[in-house]
Design a binder for this molecule. Sequence first.
Ligand SMILES: C[S@@+](CC[C@H](N)C(=O)[O-])C[C@H]1O[C@@H](n2cnc3c(N)ncnc32)[C@H](O)[C@@H]1O
Length: 270
Amino acid sequence: MLTLKAALEEATATIDRVDAHVLMAHVLGVNRAYLAGNPMRVLSETEGARVDMLVARRAMGQPVAYLVERREFYGRDLRVSPDVLIPRPETEVLVEAALARLAPRASCLDLGTGSGAIAVTLACERRDARVTATDSSEAALHVARGNAATHACDIEFLQGSWYGPLAGRRFDLIVANPPYVAAGDAHLRYGDLRFEPAQALTDASRDGLDSIRAIIAGASDHLAAGGWLLVEHGYDQGLAVESLLAAAGFRETASIADLAGIPRVAGGKI
Ligand SMILES: C[S@@+](CC[C@H](N)C(=O)[O-])C[C@H]1O[C@@H](n2cnc3c(N)ncnc32)[C@H](O)[C@@H]1O
């Protein structure tokens, strides 16, 4: 007979305490407060086996978000799978910058939508916005469509490379969190990144900026007059991205920092 308390003690011998609580709560379908209040609850054989399996996978490094198939982003619960990047808190900086520039009934394009984190958030926060989202990965779009349905968002999803499926179309705002890790960057070999889709993390360019270059280069053909482009970038790419925006003729450029004061979003107005 395995109690919740004993199962948690066993799990924390191999994985982080918070991770153990999250996995246990997931298996039992309860919140974490329940775990503290019910230490003597007895796990069924099936529950015990599921906990063992998830703890073993976590011990091998698999991301908690993939194990519980969930990640919170901007206060909403999103489904994630190994087909999509796990949404990051830094990307909320991009969302805030976008919301500050989104006029009533504006059209908005999210390039490389992944789980749909940005598109779904913008569509939920501004129910009058017309949101389009693209990704080259059909598997990612499947996850994004599911998240849009869960949150009752009406989003147009299109598959293709950057502006490929958008010939002749213009938007008031374009946002993107593209892959920006440089080829061979050591970070790709550590933590959650080892399990995330390679094409979500890196475009394999030497400086990690090829996707951002393509997005900036194509923006003038897809922005309405006075429209904004906002791009998330790596912690050390801010100056390079601002230069690319200026060279592409953006009239106003902006650099937006995260809570640690590190520039993570650059943008410009056409
Ligand atoms: C860093 S992830 C961002 C996902 C999501 N927007 C977020 O912020 O959590 C980059 C996304 O761009 C997509 N992507 C990569 N190359 C692409 C391309 N050439 N055209 C369109 N999407 C692309 C990947 O499939 C991935 O979903």
